[in-house]
Write a protein that binds this ligand. Sequence first.
Ligand code: MN
Length: 356
Amino acid sequence: MKLLHGSDFHLDSPLAGLAPEKSVQRRRELREIPARLAALAQAEGVDLALLPGDLFDGERVYPETVRALARALEDMAVPVFIAPGNHDYYHSRSPYAARGWPDNVHIFTAPGLESVELPGLNCVVHGCAFDAPHREDDPLAGFAAPEDGRLHLLCVHGEVGLTGNYAPIDPKSLERSGAAYAALGHVHAVDSGKAGNTLWAYPGCPEGRGFDELGPKGVLVVSFDGGVQPAGKFVPVCQRQYRVESVGVDEFAAALPREECPDLVRFLLTGESRFPPNLTALTAQAAPRFFHVELRDQTTLPTELWARAEEDSLTGLFLREMRSRLDSAGEGERDKLLLAARFGLAALEGGEDIRP
Ligand SMILES: [Mn+2]
C-alpha cells in the first residue's frame, strides 16, 4: 500500500511581494500543482491520496482554479481525501460545497471525525474539517481506532501541540488514535515525528510563496511494508525555489549566474564598505538573471575607519560618538546609525555626495 500526502497548496495566493506580472505567473504555476501531483501519483502507482487542507488560500478562488483541481484529482484515479483547513474551511458557500467534484474525491465536512472504509485496501481513513477559520479543540480528543487488523489512517489539518487556534493535536491523542499514519496539514515545512506507534508528518507546501518558505518544496510518498510500518519519502514538486544567500559586496557581480536562474533569490550583501552599496544599480544588474531578485544591505563600515576614532579631531569626536551609540543600539537602529556614520564621514571629509 502506497499513498500520496500533500497539503497547503494555498492556490490563488495574492503573492503581494512580487511584481504584478510575476505574481500572475506564480499563481498560474501554483494552479499547476494538482496536475503535477496527479502525474506523480500515476508514476509512483499510489493507492490513495490524502490532502489535509489549505488547498485554497482564502475565500476568493477563481472558478478555473477549482476546475483545475477537480480535473487533476479525477486524473489521479484513486480515492482522494480532502480535510479542509483554516484557510479553506468548509461552509455552505465554499468551493467544497459545490457540486461537480469527481466521484473518487471525498471531502470531510464536519469538525468531528468521520471514518471512510476502503475495503479493497483493507484500510480506513479518518478525517475531519475546519468549519471556521479557527478551532481551539483537539480534533482527535477521545478517538481510538478499533484494533481490527485494518490499516487506520488519519487525514487532519491542525498543529501538533497542546494549545493554539488551529486545531491543537495533543501527541497523546495521536498515540491513543491507534492510527499507523497521521497525514497532517498546516505547517509549511516538512516535519514528522512518532507518537507511540503512530507516525505523523507534514509534507509542507508544494511551492514556496515567500522568503519564509525556502528551498525545495514538495509532497510525501508513504509506503506501508507488510501493511503497517510506514516509510515516507519527500518528493520535490516545486517549479521554483525561494533562496536567501549571503554574498560579499565585492564578489556580487562574480556570483551572478551566467544562465537565467528560475529561482526567487534574496542576496544579503556582506563585508566592509566605506559607502552604502547602490542597491538600485546592483538590483538592475542582477534582475535579468533571476525570476525575481532582491538585495539587502548588511555591509559595515571598514574597521580601519573606526581606528580614526582615537584621533584628536572632529572626525575622531564624531566616530567616538557614533561608536558609543552603536554599542547601545538595538537591532532596528543599527542600520540607521551605520548609514549616519557613513554620511557624516563623507560630509566631514569634503562633502562628497554618496547618495545612491
Ligand atoms: Mn493552515
